[in-house]
Structures are given as structure tokens and as C-alpha cells.
Write a protein that binds this ligand. Sequence first.
Ligand SMILES: NC(=O)c1ccc[n+]([C@@H]2O[C@H](COP(=O)([O-])OP(=O)(O)OC[C@H]3O[C@@H](n4cnc5c(N)ncnc54)[C@H](O)[C@@H]3O)[C@@H](O)[C@H]2O)c1
Length: 383
Amino acid sequence: MSDSVFLEPVRIGMVGGGADAFIGAVHRHALRLDGACELVCGALSSDTAKAKRSGLDFGLSPERAYGSYQEMLTAESALPPEQRMEAVAIVTPNHLHLPVALAALEAGFHVISDKPATLNFEEAQTLAAAVKAAGKEYGLTHTYLGYPMVREARHLVQSGALGTIRKIYVEYTQGWLSGALEQDNKQAAWRTDPSRSGPSGCMGDIGTHAHSLVEYVTASRMTDIRAWLQTHIVGRQLDDDGMCFFKLENGSTGALTASQVCAGEENQLRIRVYGEKGGLDWSQEEPNTLMVKYADGRQMRHRAGSNMPLSADAASMCRTPAGHPEGYLEAFGTLYINFARRLRGDQTAFVPGISEALRGMAFIQSVVASSEQNNAWKEIQNG
Ligand SMILES: NC(=O)c1ccc[n+]([C@@H]2O[C@H](COP(=O)([O-])OP(=O)(O)OC[C@H]3O[C@@H](n4cnc5c(N)ncnc54)[C@H](O)[C@@H]3O)[C@@H](O)[C@H]2O)c1
């Protein structure tokens, strides 16, 4: 990661992410990674006392460890501009993404939110209108788009190294919902509750990552989808497993699977993209390697941090020397530093934004509709 340009740190207020939260700590570490952002305040829990306690535990000053996001927005708005937070990071369950984002935008703050952007596609349209009206930055933490070798994969496709793209396989398998965990695990409880998770469980939670990876690496939109969702755990309200066939606007086709009942799997996200001249293969559990196989038998192992030539984009995102692993926190950190760069005027810095938010929610909507209608082909609405 190039550190030659000093950025005045962007002051962040976080909603959610208090003690016992899953992804909040990752955001806290990642936003500080390059010194481009700092956490200055938070409304860190749905429980007021826990929110304040978490704020103190995380080093916030007592008066800026707020009991609710509404209180945080009001109090921060009253501070002098050079002190008040500049952006709100949203790391709550999905049903709160829209209300918190709308309130933050209305109060004049930028927003960086975890995925999926909203509860459903209609909400995403409301959000898109609000972002436009507010004229503020909106970032969506589609983590996997922050990996150097994912950037390299996109570069290879765009450079024509693989030729015309024909076939994409993407799979995202986890095993943590193989049992009825929702009885006593809060992360499982809200993810399997349609009122807090949205119309899909597994496809909304991790299928959206797979979808965003396909569209990003191929630089092409998914236009049509045929889906089959399943629920393996008796009594579970949402899908915990699914398969899709899809078409992209570049004429290629592919298959996407997402499952949270693949017992024993941790976080196996893998994408393979094949063109007429060769194919690439990237796995999240081995993130510093991008394998490329060519039709003439050559095989190239592209490695993050090594001396081999990488695209400028991918090379600029490597923080450690060859053979020294980097991964998840750094990928998140790249999204945060690019968000900071955008706020400081560099509109070339890439962070998934409101168009990716709309795309992700349109994907979920079409997957659910297809599965409910006997796996019929469904168009994916353009956001
Ligand atoms: N990008 C990724 O790779 C990734 C990974 C995991 C989770 N996520 C997303 O992050 C979000 C959070 O997931 P999680 O697993 O950390 O959930 P979690 O249940 O562990 O944490 C949610 C947090 O939100 C807080 N909260 C709930 N209501 C609140 C309110 N009204 N005000 C303030 N705080 C409130 C909870 O108290 C808790 O601290 C979800 O949208 C999820 O999809 C993204």
C-alpha cells in the first residue's frame, strides 16, 4: 500500500460493532490500518449501557460514546466542523442499514455501510435517491473487492490476457449454520429472521459477495439468473443453501453456489473465470495467489507482494513483502483508505458504492423470485 500521500484522517462514528459483535472489530482495526481514518465516536450497541461501555473499552471519550445513533447524529452535528465526525460506519444487522444511512445522510454525513446494503431492492432504491439528494459519499464494504489479487484478476480480464470470457464458476461455502445455531447464537438468529435479514438468508448474506466478485472481476453485469434455494434445517425461516445459473452482458454464462451448511467449511470463497485463451482461479483462503492457466499449457502463479510484475492497481494495494501473508483486515483497510481518499477529493479511488448496492439487492430479489417460481429465468433489474 502506497503511503506516500498523507491524508488528514477521516473522522468516523460507528453504529453497531460493540462488545460481542462479529464484524465491528474488523472495521475498527481496518479503518485505522493506514492512518487514513480514525474512530472518534460511536453508538455501538442496541443496548444503551453496552453501547457506552463498549465505547469506553474501545478508547472513545465518554461524551462521544453515545447510547443511540439518533443521539450521536444530534450531538455530533452540534460540534464545530473540525471536530465532528465526517462519516458514519454502519455495522448493524441488515434491517437497520437503511434507517441509519438515511438519518446520517440527512444530517450531512457521509456513509460507509456493510453489506447487503439494505433489507430489499425497494429500500436500495430509496437509499440511492437519498445519496444523490445529499451529495455525500456512500461506500459499501464488499470486502473481497479489496484484495490485491482480485484487482489483478480484473486487470487480466480487462487486458484481454484470457481472451473473450466464456465461463465463470463462483462458489461460497461455509459450514457454520449446519445445525440450528439460531437458538442460541445472535448472529445466526438475526441472519435467519426475514424481518432483520431480508428475503434471503444465505444468498443475501454471502451469495451477494459471490455476485459482486463476478461482476467486479469480469467488469460485466449479471443480466439473468435461474436459482434454486433450499433450507436444510427444519424450522429455519430462510434459505441456508442455494445454486444459480447466470448470464452476463458480455455473453458469458456461469454457475454460482452459496451455502452455509457445508459442514466443516470455514469461508471457502473461490472464483474461476475462463476465456478463449486461458482461465484464472482465486480463493479467499489462499488470497495472495492467483493461478492463471493458458490454453498452450503455460501456468502462471501470480503472487501478491512478490517482485513479479503486477498491475499498478494490485501492486499499490500490497502492504507486505513476498511470502508474508496479508488478507482480510488489509482488504477491509483498502476499502477504508480508498473511502478516505474519495472524501479528500480523489474520485479515482475505488470503493464499491451505491451502484454496487443496487446491483446486490437486485441480485437477491431475482434469486428469490426465480426460486419461488420453479427456478424460472429472471432478469436482474438494472440499479
Ligand atoms: N463484509 C463482510 O465480510 C461481513 C462479514 C460479516 C458481517 N457483515 C455484515 O455486517 C453487519 C453486522 O453483522 P455482524 O455479524 O457483525 O452482526 P452482530 O449481530 O455480531 O453485530 C451487530 C451489532 O449491531 C448492534 N446494533 C443492533 N441494533 C442497533 C442499534 N439500533 N443501534 C446501534 N447498534 C445496534 C448490535 O448491538 C451489535 O453490536 C451485517 O449487515 C452483516 O451482513 C459483513
